[in-house]
Design a protein around this ligand. Structure first.
Ligand code: N01
Length: 556
């Protein structure tokens, strides 16, 4: 039987997931909850990633919460894609509107969470203050929040300025007149490089793997389009929730494999001109399964790079090789390729000639050549999906450490819970659609489902819920089988854990697609929560009687 706890739930993180989870638990289920956040404000990803050009690659009108129609209608985004500071302002608005601030502790990092099998409670410790006890722990830690700086020899000896895109300073960084090196060419670098190039006297980009990059085509959204969308709240919500990727994009029935080059151009050119994820997530489904189909799409994209980049040698270097399009996260650009036409911008291939170390004055390559800089920007990404969980000492039944359980790859049911860790939930965790979707859509679905599970516990008078080992094994197997049927495992990507030395090569997100995954969760709930085990009798939540728990509450 659970004993009294400090709060009903501890939520780790105050990004999109943590804020909505707090609203749901406190304002709708009537539970007490405390959000513990490492940053000094709300925002999660958008609190930390303040590098020049940081913005979402999702269209603004689908990049936000839809659970509250009024909120959706009243917020105005200024451009097609929301910029970092605007997303932060939006999340601050959400936190104020639903009176969330009183239940958030900032500047505090959760260091451990330990489950007590005798009391069915969790003890959550932080790097400051006394531990908190709770019945539920919700890890709203983000999929891309554990930044990765490669362990380059001599990195600490560099005398200039060093930055990581995922931990950018709050004050403006001025590169005017400086020699700058950027390491990495993922989505963060693709956004930052054109803007850094505007200031720097000299810019060198170190590329290990070229990326397929598609124009964002950002800008203000025409008023009639905005108005039409405002009138279609319910339709948009319904479509994105039941879509493949959380966008209003649909994969085509006709495959690339059976199309001529002319037909492919006719399909892809308008998507290229429109900008956004249309070529990636809204064109040929067979390119994810057949290399022959994928090669036809690659041909189109390679030609585009050659058109944009003046120097043929640089263009060849920027053309991705050795992996299929779409199986590595597709960045969107605003002038990335064109930046390499500027005389003070250089591209260095560090696949052929890797970085051997950082010196007091710059970057040294394996062939002994050295590049001198005033500033180095590490756009080197994240220990994705499992990294944020691994960095907390999470101990479940028998004192088992979650990162040890996950040593060969994550083991979950639905990416929501792991067997042996009762009442511990992950929002958009590994083995859920998560990063293969427009995140706010998946976040809302997960938060709603977690709240439903917690409500179900109260209904049953049970103390805890967790997956059965059998159901978890089956989900892990299904997850891998889905990935192995595609070309995703053939690319060295953070989806596969390949960017972190020593990380097991396992496909981390889930490929069920957003709509079918949602339907699967709902079916499981209707089917008596098949695959989950409820245990222990509960006197009800510590601070409320059961009736009160299930009463919807008006936001405070
Ligand atoms: O990180 P990345 P990111 N030597 O891992 C290179 C989301 N996001 O921060 O490809 C040399 O993609 C590495 O090379 P390689 C989005 O989901 C979203 O850019 O591993 N290079 C790669 O080029 C995205 O995918 C948005 O061979 C090294 C780069 O560093 C995810 O976050 C914006 C190296 C890291 O690229 C991560 O993006 C930004 C080494 N030792 C990010 N180690 C939007 O929605 C690593 N690299 C707009």
């Amino acid at each position: 039987m659970p004993s009294r706890t400090d709060v009903d739930a501890v939520i780790i993180g105050a990004g999109f997931s943590g804020l909505y989870m707090l609203h749901k638990l406190r304002n709708q289920l009537g539970l007490t909850a405390r959000v513990v956040e490492a940053g000094g404000g709300v925002g999660g990803t958008w609190y930390w990633n303040r590098y020049p050009g940081a913005r979402s690659d999702s269209d603004s009108y689908v990049y936000g919460f839809t659970f509250d129609e009024q909120l959706w209608r009243e917020w105005e985004w200024s451009e097609r894609y929301p910029e970092q500071h605007e997303i932060r302002a939006y999340l601050e608005h959400v936190a104020q509107r639903f009176d969330l601030y009183p239940d958030i502790t900032f500047d505090t990092r959760v260091t451990s969470a330990t489950f007590d099998e005798n009391t069915d409670t969790w003890t959550v410790s932080t790097d400051s203050g006394k531990p908190l006890t709770a019945r539920f722990v919700i890890a709203a830690v983000g999929a891309l929040s554990a930044s990765n700086t490669p362990k380059f020899a001599g990195i600490e000896t560099f005398r200039g300025e060093s930055y990581h895109t995922g931990h950018w300073p709050h004050e403006r960084v001025d590169f005017t007149g400086k020699r700058v090196g950027v390491i990495g060419t993922g989505a963060s670098a693709v956004q930052a490089v054109p803007l850094i190039a505007q200031e720097a006297a000299d810019l060198t980009v170190f590329q290990r793997t070229a990326n397929y990059i598609i124009p964002a085509n950002n800008g203000p959204v025409p008023e009639p389009v905005r108005e039409e969308r405002k009138q279609d709240y319910a339709g948009i919500r319904e479509r994105i929730q039941n879509s493949a990727f959380g966008f209003e994009l649909t994969l085509l029935e006709k495959g690339a494999a059976e199309s001529t080059d002319e037909e492919i151009d006719a399909v892809l050119q308008p998507r290229w001109d429109a900008g956004g994820f249309g070529i990636w997530l809204g064109s040929y489904v067979d390119m994810f399964f057949l290399d022959e189909a994928n090669a036809k799409v690659r041909r189109f994209l390679h030609d585009k790079i050659r058109e944009k980049v003046d120097d043929p040698e640089t263009a060849e270097l920027l053309i991705p090789k050795g992996y299929p399009f779409g199986c590595k996260r597709n960045p969107l650009d605003s002038g990335y390729y064109e930046t390499f036409n500027l005389p003070h911008v250089h591209l260095v291939d560090v696949q052929a000639n890797p970085i051997s170390g950082i010196t007091p004055s710059g970057v040294r390559l394996r062939d002994g050549s050295e590049h001198e800089f005033d500033a180095i920007v590490y756009a080197t990404g994240f220990d994705a999906m499992t990294g944020p969980m691994d960095r907390i000492d999470i101990r479940g039944r028998g004192g088992e450490l979650l990162r040890e359980k996950w040593a060969e790859g994550p083991r979950t049911l639905l990416g929501l819970m792991s067997a042996g860790y009762p009442n511990l939930f992950t929002i958009t965790g590994p083995q859920s659609p998560s990063v293969l979707s427009n995140m706010p859509v998946s976040i809302e679905q997960h938060v709603d489902f977690v709240a439903k599970m917690i409500g179900e516990l109260a209904e049953r008078g049970a103390a805890s819920i967790e997956p059965t080992r059998e159901a978890e094994d089956a989900w892990v197997a299904e997850n891998q089988a889905l990935a192995e049927a595609t070309l995703f495992p053939t690319a060295d990507t953070w989806y596969m854990g390949a960017n972190i030395p020593g990380k097991p090569r396992v496909f981390l997100p889930n490929l069920s697609f957003v709509g079918p995954y949602r339907a699967k969760c709902d079916r499981i709930a209707e089917n008596d929560y098949e695959g989950f085990a409820f245990s222990g009798a509960s006197a009800g939540p510590p601070h409320h009687d059961r009736e009160q728990l299930l009463q919807p509450r008006v936001p405070r």
